[in-house]
Design a protein around this ligand. Structure first.
Ligand SMILES: Cc1cc2nc3c(=O)[nH]c(=O)nc-3n(C[C@H](O)[C@H](O)[C@H](O)COP(=O)(O)OP(=O)(O)OC[C@H]3O[C@@H](n4cnc5c(N)ncnc54)[C@H](O)[C@@H]3O)c2cc1C
Length: 293
């Protein structure tokens, strides 16, 4: 389904990187959470670096590069609004999960290059960034549009930017804003945990509702918890999905996309019905995905 019609850019222009300076780096999952996720604030003073909520930056990790590559660039969603982080126009927040991978041949565990470079970077260090990218993953212009956001892990980053923009910077958002967010445990609920709880500030807003989906197997990545949460709220989800004013955003680990399709196939009555509907939403420019492994 995904490959069939979702158009993803194959290349990103990295020819004119910006110099960013690391302003701060703070762990935003508690020490007892399994995943280390850090919020990094970067200062990018170049006037030509202009972005809107939902876009991503590229980070160029320094050499050496593997496999004969001449660079190592990875994408990170901007978690700040267009006004900058904490009111500082040239500063943006990104949240970075420290990644590891298992080499299929040796079976050894290796640190992911860019995420470990960023998580280990010290305050004041210079970091090369490119972009911004992702014009397809931005907010609707119409303030009466509904937004259905479905995410796991660091997929919360662009949603934090959307929600902050809607409730702190827009005159009045009339559409419904719904966030379905899955994590292994309460400790891993980014921006909704004891270390940092930005998003709970908006729980009182009349148009906003957040649905937290905790894994029933906290030690595992279990996107089905997210699917179950969607199914528990089937009537509301289906009403939103059918509304031509609804824009759907999906961000986080790729596996969640399957859980989302399964849940929505159940809600729609059949997989065929759901996939037909999803295609229509996509072709109408109201479906955007940021999925990664
Ligand atoms: C649109 C978009 C937005 C994103 N936003 C965020 C975000 O906000 N926060 C965030 O933390 N991440 C985000 N990501 C993911 C991020 O871009 C990186 O993929 C992630 O940080 C891992 O990169 P890395 O350089 O650390 O790891 P890499 O060194 O690239 O390794 C990671 C993966 O590459 C494969 N791999 C690489 N080398 C080998 C090898 N030798 N043998 C076997 N497998 C190998 C493995 O599958 C492994 O899991 C986003 C991705 C996309 C596409």
């Amino acid at each position: 389904m995904t490959e069939e019609f979702f158009i993803q850019p194959k290349t990103y222009d990295i020819s004119r990187p910006f110099r960013a300076t690391l302003v701060s780096s703070d762990r935003i999952t508690s020490e007892s959470a399994e995943a280390e996720v850090r919020q990094l604030i970067l200062d990018i003073p170049a006037p030509s670096f202009v972005y809107v909520e939902g876009q991503s930056i590229g980070v160029l990790a320094p050499p050496p590069y593997d496999f004969g590559n001449d660079h190592h660039m990875r994408l990170y969603s901007i978690a700040s609004t267009r006004k900058g982080e904490g009111g500082h126009r040239t500063e943006i927040a990104i949240c970075v999960r420290r990644c590891f991978y298992i080499d299929e041949v040796s079976g050894e565990k290796y640190p992911g290059k860019c995420s470990n470079y960023l998580c280990d970077a010290g305050v004041g260090e210079e970091i090369q960034v490119t972009g911004p990218y992702g014009r397809h993953f931005i907010m609707p212009r119409d303030s009466s549009a509904n937004m259905l956001m479905v995410g796991t892990g660091t997929g919360i980053a662009p949603f934090r930017a959307f929600i902050k923009h809607i409730y702190e910077e827009e005159e009045e958002w009339k559409g419904k804003v719904r966030l379905f967010y899955g994590a292994k445990s309460g400790l891993d609920m980014l921006y909704m945990n004891d270390v940092k709880d930005d998003i709970s500030h908006y729980y009182d807003a009349g148009t906003f509702k957040a649905f937290e989906a905790l894994s029933s197997r906290p030690a595992f990545d279990d996107p089905s918890a997210l699917g179950n949460k969607l199914e528990e709220n089937a009537a509301e989800v289906w009403e939103l999905i059918q509304d031509p004013k609804t824009h759907v955003y999906v961000a986080g680990i790729r596996e969640q996309s399957k859980a989302l399709d399964t849940a929505l196939s159940h809600i729609a009555g059949s997989e065929e019905h759901w996939l037909r509907m999803k295609r229509e939403i996509y072709l109408d420019g109201r479906w955007a995905e940021h999925l990664y492994d």
